[in-house]
Design a protein around this ligand. Structure first.
Ligand SMILES: Nc1nc2c(c(=O)[nH]1)N[C@H]1C(S)=C(S)[C@@H](COP(=O)(O)OP(=O)(O)OC[C@H]3O[C@@H](n4cnc5c(=O)[nH]c(N)nc54)[C@H](O)[C@@H]3O)O[C@H]1N2
Ligand SMILES: Nc1nc2c(c(=O)[nH]1)N[C@H]1C(S)=C(S)[C@@H](COP(=O)(O)OP(=O)(O)OC[C@H]3O[C@@H](n4cnc5c(=O)[nH]c(N)nc54)[C@H](O)[C@@H]3O)O[C@H]1N2
Ligand SMILES: [Mo]
Length: 827
């Protein structure tokens, strides 16, 4: 056992108290940008004694090590805007919610699979040896894969595992399952599945991935930038590779360039204040109507770019008929029609149409507007609007659906992108998979539908499938008891699983609702390799092990290798490679590409590993890259990979599907719940957007909570009018509720949120008061006890988390304490 494990949490917090200085450095308040950037030049020199360079979703950093203990950290000196949550990356290693040993639910251990499933989540676990835990897991996988069939194992494990090219436990799980006969997997994601479903029909690719028109192009050319359901200040704080937060530098440049900005969002964002922008507090869920209203003005006032529509798009006539009231719903999409739905005045809608075409305009969308019922309609309406404005492919003009993540407007270096050396491989069939056994892959957000309806038909993207009859799940690198909607429904459905295995380093609710819990190592406890900048590829970092795994944690690779051994596929699984061999492979592949293309000079691996980092120049020619410029220039030679080679405003392929919940052109379809509904079940809209100070549920079990918690709970922002009507003051404990569930939260009364809307950011750990109660109170503030679990449409079957009405009241009952941050007892 590691010496550090004997230290109490309190002593650890004292030992790392210097982190509070770091915590203050990266504030996202408007003035924060200037401060963080000013601090950049003065940052301390690289890598002092006892410091190890590594990284995380929150940024690259130097870990301080003393006597084998990870005692502190400081951000990489070239981070433009260090994330204050970085402090949690150290704290998480020793936190009270760390999973320390393999644990098995008592009833499961004593009575076997499927025993007393009602007691899941009750916290009655027994500590077991690794031998025992791995035997149990391997035995169950064998039993189900061999005796039953691969369709009975759900290995669609989804989630934001850590940064690093070899630490990809989901690839490992897939590889292990494929080597042993296969399993049911999942497709797409919770992030942008509606967008990923529709965009291939519209522009021939996902669009919101890879390089975008660079910020340099925006700074030099754009006169008006519109952030539509997009909060680049907040969501760029994290990255999948190691973020360098370059976006914040570009925001400063945008401000200096005097670019006018408009934010369309129910919340008055820090970025909006920073840029001195106009805030349009749209009614949530009505953005499609707003876009259609603007399109109507462009059409009727003949402001739209007829040449671009003629040369670069397909199917405009049908859409124009729809705008004019001659479409499938016979409703004209006038600004007055849109104003009634969106509560954005008709004269503002008219003005926006004029503003967009009168100057170089960049339309920017985030992903919240597609994480809604009929979410496919938003990206389609947005791109259609941009096509009518006609600036697609011009410097600083057109549209971007991805400036809010990974600093995607950053120019790229010439270095090859690093890629995992391990692949999931293909299924080694040991048993044929008959059609009646159901789908091999389900849309990720339809997991509860699958659990509730084995054998039931469903539709997805033009095809019909059956849900498989799954009995076991193995979850690694994700937290479904945070990310999935309608927690109470999910809790019941989860009982369908006879065995639930969770491999994590934190006692998340998913681990608490599992049967077998395996303690994984954090990235600080193993070696890896990663880029700084998903798009910029600004550097390669040797993510060196900071400390030995604490308690009995093992790296995901070691755990899966041990399981592979028990399942008789060790050699195939590991290929005889250690983790360091795989790191070498990742580097060797990049070096081979770089050498062949003569793009960048990479040293031999040992030199790189010893140095710890290689940084790359950004070639001048990459700084002004404009997306869709070649398509615009010659739409015939450079056609898009759509059915017609053009931007499809109308899709014949979607027409053929005949879905009433996804018509063949962008359309306004009323969501299942919204504030304009005739008979609203509840009076307030719940905005469960992404958390400012966390990445989802990660680092919730750390001192990062001290930055934002209210009354010891997740904060809930409420408009002063709504608060006053309910007698709520800042700091009060409130109860949010609807027909699906209820949770407590700490009130923040503010006029930075539109009346009628409350914000409870996603990711607070679920903390049920009484697991025997079907609608039990979450004591801490998990937004997903309230959200509905419905597919966006038959096309994408994505999550509709943002389609949610609730009510809020001041909580006056006996206040239950939050208990989710203490690990279950190690009996
Ligand atoms: N209401 C609502 N719900 C939402 C959303 C919303 O906007 N509103 N957003 C959705 C979106 S876009 C997403 S992407 C999902 C996110 O959902 P998740 O990705 O499931 O959320 P995370 O909290 O990031 O969970 C990652 C888990 O992996 C663990 N982990 C990290 N690194 C490792 C590792 O190396 N090994 C192992 N074994 N475990 C590791 C962490 O401790 C953590 O428990 O949530 C979705 N849910
Ligand atoms: N700090 C931080 N950054 C993150 C993450 C995180 O958890 N924390 N998660 C990462 C992941 S996995 C993803 S997928 C992305 C998510 O990126 P997004 O989905 O773009 O992020 P959100 O914060 O959910 O929503 C963006 C904005 O949309 C607004 N909004 C909500 N509903 C509506 C609406 O109906 N209309 C309009 N116009 N606006 C609306 C919200 O108030 C918010 O300001 O972020 C990534 N970045
Ligand atoms: Mo996401």
């Amino acid at each position: 056992m590691d010496a550090s494990t004997t230290l109490s949490r309190r002593r650890f917090l004292t030992a790392t108290s210097s982190l509070s200085a770091l915590a203050l450095a990266g504030t996202v308040l408007p003035g924060g940008i200037g401060r963080a950037l000013a601090a950049d030049g003065a940052a301390a020199a690289a890598g002092g004694a006892g410091e190890i360079l590594t990284g995380s979703h929150w940024g690259a950093f130097y870990a301080k090590v003393e006597g084998g203990r990870f005692v502190g950290l400081r951000p990489w000196e070239k981070d433009y805007h260090p994330n204050k949550a970085l402090a949690g990356v150290q704290d998480v290693v020793y936190s009270s919610s760390r999973i320390r040993y393999p644990m098995v639910r008592r009833a499961y251990l004593e009575k076997g699979p499927a025993a007393e499933r009602d007691s899941r989540g009750g916290g009655d676990f027994v500590r077991v040896s690794w031998e025992k835990a791995l035997d149990l897991v391997a035995g169950e996988l064998k039993r189900l894969q061999e005796q039953d069939g691969p369709w009975s194992v759900y290995a669609g494990s989804y989630g934001w595992r850590s940064s690093g090219e070899i630490g990809n436990p989901q690839i490992m799980l897939t590889r292990l399952m494929n080597l042993t006969g296969g399993a049911v997997y999942s497709s797409s994601n919770y992030s942008k599945a509606a967008l990923e479903g529709i965009m291939p029909y519209v522009v021939g690719s996902i669009d919101a991935a890879g390089p975008q028109t660079t910020y340099q192009s925006v700074v030099e050319n754009t006169k008006l930038i519109v952030f539509w359901g997009s909060d680049p200040f907040k969501t760029n704080q994290i990255g999948f590779a190691l973020p360098d937060h370059e976006e914040y530098k570009w925001f400063e440049d945008m401000k200096k360039a005097g670019i006018k900005a408009i934010f369309i969002d129910p919340i008055n964002l820090d970025a909006c204040k920073y840029l001195g922008a106009e805030w349009l507090a749209v009614r949530p869920g009505t953005d499609v109507a707003l876009a259609l209203g603007i399109c109507h003005v462009l059409l009727t006032e003949k402001l739209y770019d007829a040449d671009f529509i003629e040369n670069c798009t397909f199917g405009f006539d049908k859409f124009a008929d729809y705008l004019a009231g001659k479409g499938w719903d016979k409703v004209e999409k006038t600004p007055e029609w849109a104003a009634a739905l969106t509560e954005i005045p008709a004269d503002v809608i008219r003005r926006l149409a004029h503003q967009f075409v009168e100057q170089r305009t960049m339309l920017v969308s985030g992903w919240s507007c597609q994480r809604q019922h009929h979410g496919e309609q938003w990206p389609w309406a947005f791109v259609t609007l941009a096509a009518m404005v006609g600036q697609v492919g011009l410097p600083g003009g057109g549209f971007c659906q991805n400036y809010h993540l990974y600093s995607q407007g950053s120019p790229s270096s010439a270095a090859p992108a690093l890629a995992p050396s391990m692949s999931g491989g293909t299924r080694k069939e040991r048993k044929p998979w008959p059609a009646e056994k159901g789908a091999k892959v389900i849309p990720v957000a339809r997991i509860v539908d699958m659990l509730e309806g084995p054998g039931k038909p469903y539709e997805h993207n033009g095809a019909k499938h059956l849900y498989p009859d799954v009995k076991l799940t193995y979850w690694v690198g994700g937290n479904p008891f945070h990310h999935h909607q309608d927690r109470n429904r999910m809790r019941q459905a989860w009982k369908k699983f006879e065995t639930v295995i969770v491999q994590d380093f934190q006692w998340t609710a998913s681990a608490r609702f599992a049967d077998i819990v395996l303690p994984a190592a954090t990235t600080a406890e193993r070696d890896d390799i990663e880029m700084i900048g998903t798009i910029s590829k600004r550097a390669y970092v040797a993510m060196k092990k900071v400390i030995e795994p604490v308690f009995e944690a093992k790296s995901d690779y070691e755990i899966f290798s041990l399981l592979a051994d028990r399942l008789g596929v060790a050699r195939e699984f590991t290929d005889g490679k250690s983790e360091m061999d795989m790191i070498r492979d990742v580097y060797a592949t990049a070096k081979k590409t770089a050498d062949a293309k003569k793009s960048v000079a990479l040293p031999e691996f040992d030199e790189f590993w010893q140095k710890g980092i290689i940084e790359f120049e950004i070639p001048e020619k990459n700084r002004r890259w404009v997306k869709y410029a070649d398509f615009r220039e010659d739409p015939v030679m450079n056609m898009l990979p759509t059915a017609t080679g053009k931007i499809e405003i109308y899709s014949k392929a979607i027409e053929k599907m005949g879905y009433d919940d996804c018509p063949p052109h962008a359309s306004w379809l009323e969501p299942a719940e919204w504030l304009g509904q005739k008979e609203k079940p509840y009076p307030l809209h719940l905005n469960s957007n992404h958390p400012t100070h966390r990445m989802h549920s990660q680092l919730n079990g750390t001192k990062v909570r001290e930055i934002y918690e209210v009354a010891g709970r997740e904060p809930c922002m409420i408009n002063s009018k709504d608060a006053e009507a309910r007698g709520i003051k800042s700091g009060d404990v409130v109860r949010l509720f609807n027909g699906r569930g209820q949770c407590l939260a700490g009130a923040v009364v503010s006029d930075d949120i539109r009346p009628g809307v409350v914000q409870l950011q996603e990711g607070a750990w679920y903390d049920p008061a009484d697991i025997t109660d079907a609608k039990t109170l979450c004591k801490h503030g998990d937004a997903n006890v309230l959200t509905p679990d419905i597919g966006t449409s038959r096309l994408a079957q994505a999550t509709s988390a943002h389609t949610c009405l609730v009510d809020v009241e001041k909580f006056t009952g006996a206040l239950p304490s939050v208990t989710v941050f203490d690990a279950p007892a190690e009996a």
